[in-house]
Ligand binder design. Structure first.
Ligand code: ZN
Length: 328
């Protein structure tokens, strides 16, 4: 049934089922967890179950209400997503007006706010006003990646439901049974997905990301004692991934963590297991301390890029220059 579309997350689903069973629903929920762990699907299925005509602890997927929701035309389940980078004040003002009208055909009128991390301050303050005095038939579900991105005053008015990163073993098994992947490929994708099933599925469906991994490995290998001109060219290539540079730098970290694993003789845990020979060869060039130093440099670069409005090209050039000087 419907909650079955969510992989893992037994604790969160149990909490939601109990809510449905008790019939003491809260007016506001906050679904919190990292990107790609299943909270958007869970929020949608929860909304369906709330308005399902079978009134069970899960959506039936068969009644008119469930079917309307699945066809994206349920008048009492309304989804809000960022318009561009932000959820704008106009979107929340519209909610503020429309929430005053009773549900058309269901008991509850439910608003799903996806990526609530993107509420700008003005919009968040308007939303807070609604949460302070919600109509008795209204339920608002906020879906959020990071608790740092929401006003504490909003948080305090929501019932929190946490979604965890998934165990690697579970993701691997799901990939093998749903996509018939080989052991090696499912291992690789599971490692790249780092606990996020949705990300794993995207990797299966998006060969580009795997191609990107190969390009980054090639780039890393070309840094070996390289001249400055190569470093600058490499920075240019990295800039092509500017929009998701953080994910791209993750590929660097996975490579260097693999080098550490080789040093520690833990070859069975390698992410880039298909590069085992190359990794073994490369590990010879570095001391453990040097690899740790590289990992620190990449992590710091990633943090700086995330937190501050830096000159990306320059920051990447500095990082690559440092990397090219380490190792023999
Ligand atoms: Zn139903």
């Amino acid at each position: 049934m419907a909650f079955n579309k969510v992989i893992g997350q037994n604790l969160a689903i149990t909490i939601l089922r109990k809510q449905l069973e008790s019939d003491r629903l809260s007016h506001a929920y906050l679904f919190l967890g990292e990107q790609g762990v299943g909270k958007d699907i869970a929020a949608f299925e929860f909304a369906k179950a709330i308005n399902c005509q079978e009134k069970n602890t899960d959506a039936c997927d068969q009644c008119i209400s469930c079917r309307k929701a699945d066809n994206q035309n349920h008048p009492d389940i309304i989804e809000i997503k960022p318009d561009g980078k932000w959820i704008k004040i106009d979107q929340i003002r519209q909610l503020q007006r429309e929430i005053l009208y009773k549900p058309y055909e269901s008991r509850w009128k439910i608003y799903l706010i996806h990526q609530a991390d993107c509420l700008n301050l003005e919009a968040a303050n308007s939303l807070l006003k609604i949460l302070e005095e919600p109509p008795r038939y209204a339920i608002i579900i906020l879906v959020l990646d990071s608790i740092e991105n929401i006003l504490p005053t909003i948080l305090s008015r929501c019932q929190l439901v946490r979604f965890r990163l998934l165990p690697d073993e579970l993701i691997k098994q799901e990939l093998i049974s749903n996509y018939k992947l080989s052991m090696e490929k499912s291992q690789l994708i599971t490692s790249l997905a780092a606990g996020r099933y949705k990300t794993a599925v995207q990797l299966v469906e998006d060969e580009e990301r795997l191609a990107e991994r190969e390009e980054m490995i090639e780039l890393i290998l070309s840094l070996k004692n390289s001249e400055q001109v190569i470093v600058f060219e490499s920075a240019e290539r990295l800039l092509e991934y500017a929009a998701k540079i953080s994910q791209t730098l993750e590929l660097f970290l996975l490579w260097y963590r693999d080098l550490l694993l080789v040093k520690l003789n833990q070859l069975e845990s390698l992410v880039n297991a298909d590069y085992r020979d190359k990794l073994t060869e490369e590990a010879e060039r570095y001391s453990v301390e040097e690899i740790e130093e590289i990992i620190r440099i990449v992590q710091n670069t990633n943090n700086v890029i995330k937190k501050y409005n830096v000159n990306l090209q320059l920051t990447l050039e500095v990082m690559l220059l440092k990397l090219s000087k380490l190792g023999r």
